[in-house]
Design a protein around this ligand. Sequence first.
Ligand SMILES: Nc1ncnc2c1ncn2[C@@H]1O[C@H](COP(=O)(O)OP(=O)(O)OP(=O)(O)O)[C@@H](O)[C@H]1O
Ligand SMILES: [Mg+2]
Length: 311
Amino acid sequence: MKNGAAVRAAGVCKTFRDFWRRPRVEAVRGVSFEVPEGCVYALLGPNGSGKSTIVKMILGLLFPTAGELQVLGRPPRSVEVKRRIGYLPEESRLYPHLTPQETLEFYARLHGLPGDVARRRIGELLEMTGLVHARNRAVGGFSKGMARRVGLAQALLNDPDLVLLDEPSSGLDPQGARQVKDLIVALGKRGKTVLMTSHLLADVEDVCSRIAVVFNGVLLAEGALDELLVRRERTCMSFPTPEEPALMERLAGEVRSVLGHEPEVTHPRQALEPFFLELVRKAQTPGATGAVPSAPLAPFLAGGDSKGAAE
Ligand SMILES: Nc1ncnc2c1ncn2[C@@H]1O[C@H](COP(=O)(O)OP(=O)(O)OP(=O)(O)O)[C@@H](O)[C@H]1O
Ligand SMILES: [Mg+2]
């Protein structure tokens, strides 16, 4: 494997067969891509295009019909790889009778985390996901977004090097979605590799540096977002709007005379998300009853405890 690739897929195919082993769906058809280590990478594509199937093959939950897949330098099913991966499935699968606290304690035991490390991480993750006030309620009664937050905490409990997030913002409110984005960026800055799927293209644009677009099990495009999206044939300049309209006309005249083109004059528009979040931030009153925004990254994820060793 080439140095520096957290995931390497070469000609990967997955055909689902029926009970009689007859080919039923060619979900993935010869997909090749590399996710560089430390990269925040998104798999995009319409419903049913094969994204979750690819993620499950990376996890070793599904076996490719053809092609080669390497994860952190090894075959996906190796135990060493599984220890270093965190996974948020597209559907939260939680034990309904357990509380978030008990759910995380259960997974901490599966990961073999020492008791004191587990306690601290669980506390920090509940804080990070805004679930402290609901830590002792059974997750069966949780809203979709709250269950998602538990799933996210569970995916990060082992401080994984490779985080697979299948539609991480699905079901989250705008604050929750923003927190997940901040979390993904923070994980990337800490050198973690994040491979996510999402239908929220604006979110992907905010956090990912590389993308692959899948359609019908085939890659349509793959590469660095900056390279894929840049329109080198157009140039924009931005400056404070002159108070004097005549000045604007003078500038436009200059462009006309130098380039021979009529300039397109527009005003930049801010995105809905910062507009919305700023409104809500200003209106926030003490004693709010909804999900409470918290720090983007649990302290243990921010460094110093990556091996899970007791301090
Ligand atoms: N276990 C399975 N058995 C048979 N077919 C399957 C199975 N899992 C997925 N498929 C089929 O494989 C194709 C790809 O499914 P997949 O779940 O990977 O899509 P996706 O890109 O994740 O879609 P979405 O955006 O809706 O989550 C679909 O046609 C789906 O019906
Ligand atoms: Mg899917």
